[in-house]
Design a binder for this molecule. Structure first.
Ligand SMILES: *Cc1c(COP(=O)(O)O)cnc(C)c1O
Length: 372
């Protein structure tokens, strides 16, 4: 029997390189006059940052949140432009970013201070690092990172005075592009354009995945695609399929135990589900330690042999239980898809009260990855 189990790890994330490239092509076609920055922060939303960079080589640049993520790409031999979207947090980080030819966002005064201090140091040592592309970030309503409107032109002046700034670009981030009814996106575009007049950047960028697919006015010189690259829908009320996106990660596991229980018997911790008929229960080798959320409710679909069967009982650390009464042929070793091909991650995310981003990022290191 055990021969049917994928030893040593029945719980796997299969990453479809073809679907990954398809999604990139789909997004490039949606914003044909813009250059594409593939957002591969957080280990490429849980898919593997180095594999992402190697697979998505049609993107003109990559972006990550933090320095360590950028260094991982450089250590892995990725030579393309890489942008640190939170910028650098210390002189040491700036020095590493310069040494590894990473570009970065500047969103706050303390980062201007770091750059000016670094510039004085290199001038005094008579070294000349390669000047970087710097993205000046404007806060047009997200209230998270970026210079307030009215403060950006003095920030731009300080940046232009530095030899280490080879090119000055300007960006902002949209708060509500996923909601096509929200008036906020238009307002952010208006504020961005008004502020740009005083800045004269070489290039600009605003759009995330939702902006790429739903807000043509936000397609500027560059676009920044994240979730849609991975096949998650970025737009509320739209399925990924209807947007021409394909799932990249298929998270699957296997049946490791089967039993019949009589009506009235409960399943799992807390006895939160009880059989109302003679029921066949399959135990699957995946749980919250693999990144399958514990608070998923009874009835959440799991795909076995192309059929949806309901989750019953609480998600445990290493296992879940599903009602397979309607699949009489089922045997130990059968594969069960938790999300991916045939079962959109957006649907499981909705059942968990969250978004696909969180599920994808949350796949744990215990899961084995297969790139096919
Ligand atoms: C994460 C991120 C993106 C990508 O957003 P998606 O919604 O995943 O497309 C774009 N820009 C910035 C600044 C980000 O932090």
């Amino acid at each position: 029997m055990a021969d049917f189990l994928r030893s040593p790890n029945p719980t796997r994330a299969r990453i479809s390189l073809e679907s990954w490239r398809h999604n990139l092509a789909r997004l490039k076609a949606a914003a044909p006059t813009s250059k594409m920055m593939a957002v591969i922060k957080a280990n490429a939303y849980g898919h593997g940052a180095l594999q992402a960079a190697r697979t998505l080589d049609a993107a003109e640049a990559f972006s990550v949140a933090r320095l360590a993520e950028g260094l991982e790409l450089r250590e892995g031999g990725i030579a393309k432009p890489v942008v640190l979207m939170e910028g650098v947090f210390s002189g040491e980080e700036l020095s590493l970013a310069m040494d590894h030819e990473l570009d970065f966002v500047v969103h706050a005064d303390y980062q201007l201070d770091l750059l000016e201090h670094y510039e004085r140091t290199i001038v005094s040592k008579n070294v000349r690092p390669t000047p970087r592309v710097v993205w000046l970030k404007l806060d047009t309503g997200m209230s998270r990172l970026g210079f307030q409107l009215g403060q950006a032109s003095s920030a731009a002046q300080r940046l232009r005075a530095l030899g280490l700034v080879g090119e000055l670009r300007v960006m902002t981030h949209l708060a509500c592009a996923d909601d096509t009814d929200s008036p906020m996106t238009t307002e952010q575009l208006r504020l961005f354009d008004a502020e740009l007049r005083g800045l004269e950047p070489s290039k600009t960028a605003l759009a995330n995945s939702a902006g790429i697919l739903a807000v043509p006015a936000a397609h500027r010189d560059w676009v920044r695609a994240g979730i849609a690259l991975y096949g998650g829908s970025p737009i509320v009320g739209r399925t990924a399929e209807s947007l021409g996106l394909k799932p990249v990660m298929t998270l699957s596991t296997q049946v490791i135990a089967l039993r019949w229980i009589p009506a009235g018997v409960s399943v799992g911790y807390g006895a939160t589900w009880r059989a109302t008929r003679t029921t066949r229960i399959a135990t699957l080798a995946a749980g919250y330690a693999d990144g399958f959320p514990r608070h998923l409710p009874n009835g959440t679909p799991v795909l076995i042999a192309g059929r949806r069967v309901p989750l019953v009982g609480r998600v445990s650390m290493d296992m879940i239980t599903v009602d397979v009464t309607d699949l009489p042929e089922l045997a130990i070793g059968a594969e069960a898809v938790l999300w991916g091909e045939g079962l959109p991650v957006d649907e499981i995310a909705a059942a968990a009260g969250t978004i696909s981003y969180e599920l994808l990022c949350g796949v744990s290191r215990r899961v084995a990855f297969d790139y096919v």
